[in-house]
Design a protein around this ligand. Sequence first.
Ligand code: AHR
Ligand code: AHR
Length: 466
Amino acid sequence: RGPIRATVRVDANEVIGEVHPEVYGHFIEHLERCVYGGIWTEDGSALRSDTLRLIQALKPSVVRYPGGNFASGYHWEDGIGPKDQRPRRFDQAWQSEESNQVGTDEFMTFCREVGAKPFLVVNDGSGTPEEAARWVAYCNQDASGEQGSRRAANGHPEPYGVHWWGVGNEVWGQWQIGATDAEAYTKRLREFVAAMRAVDPSIRIVAVGDKVMSGAPSDPGAKWNEAVLREAGDLIDDLSFHLYQPDRDGWQDEYDPEELHKTVTAAPLDAERIIQRIGRQIKALTPEREIGVAFDEWNLWLAPSDDAQSMHDTAYSRRDALYVAGMLHVFHRQCKLVSMANLAQMVNVLPLIKTNETSAFATAIYFPMQMYRQMEKIVIQSDVKGPVFTSQRLGNIDEVVNAPYIDVTATRDASRKRVVLGVINRHPEKRVDLSVRLSGLDKLKPRRGWLLSSRDLMAVNSFEDP
Ligand code: AHR
Ligand code: AHR
């Protein structure tokens, strides 16, 4: 009946590393109602002020765009210039009727409005290295260059200075335009990077990697990553992977709610093992380089409800907010490996924010993303003593043994004047009585706390009750 008891020792002298701000990253794709009717109005003529306010309060560090799968068929030049002259193409089933009303310049304006760095993914499916190189030039050249002057003519004389560039998306997946094997991909990657870096040698290249679900050498993801690291490890900066948990293999008609709560809240600990496997591959195959793990699509993806608009229309509860917070703890613990992470997606697609014609609201998973932006940069050691549980395997989520109910991440600033702790209570009902011991710090006074909770465990925000 009583609360869970736990103690945590935090030692400010034991530094784990520094968190890359890009782990608080996001993703918007031309998919369903993320862009049109989500971040922008239905016709793409303006940013929606209601959505924009919510996104600004999140302080997103980086936003990935334009996809996802969409990127592999996207010709960026269709999305610049006078809006009434932009072509309307419907070569991809999920493209909206308003295609190309939002393009590069609109996306850059959005990034500026919300204070985020842009991360662009080039089309290596139906596109060419030359087309990608022109995009780099359009974004980064000064206004006197061929592409820079095109940008200036569209009203943007100052270069955008886009640092992060992805080459392709899930190229290993048969649904992807241009899907191929790792050998053919790395060959293509080399050509793309050469053309893009000829324009701007300083850009950061994120290559397509894959999740490594087991320690077996025959693991398909491990084999893909190995080939990319061997053949292109000299020229990439980050290796990406995507993970939706438990993904469609884990969709059931009915769940035991208690077991599902355990599995969902422990799932980030399984993702952590995947990150560590990829980290070990990077270390073994490119020891002389510092290639980051770019976890550039992640989210909880359970079955949508019967009245959902699409398979991506899921409702998130407090349990799911614990999932997101748990993932942020993993990014802190693994800050030496994880260079970027992008919650997929920002609006209406596995949504952090949901919109209809007249309003926008934040779902439960929005709040941990907002709260953890308060954390400091330096991750320090924290050791928790408290009860644990074992969660069951579901879909692509493996069993987790000894998952701690109480999970803590501790951060401090360089001057040791400010310490911020993140605390998760994975128990569905019990309160936690936590005692915290800080060492290696002068007297600090508690300043402020943020609590995310709900009286009803499965309560969700909605248009009626935002
Ligand atoms: O987020 C939706 C889709 O899921 C993305 O387009 C793709 O990259 C992933 O498979
Ligand atoms: O819908 C095709 C693919 O299946 C998605 O892009 C991927 O996330 C899912 O597993």
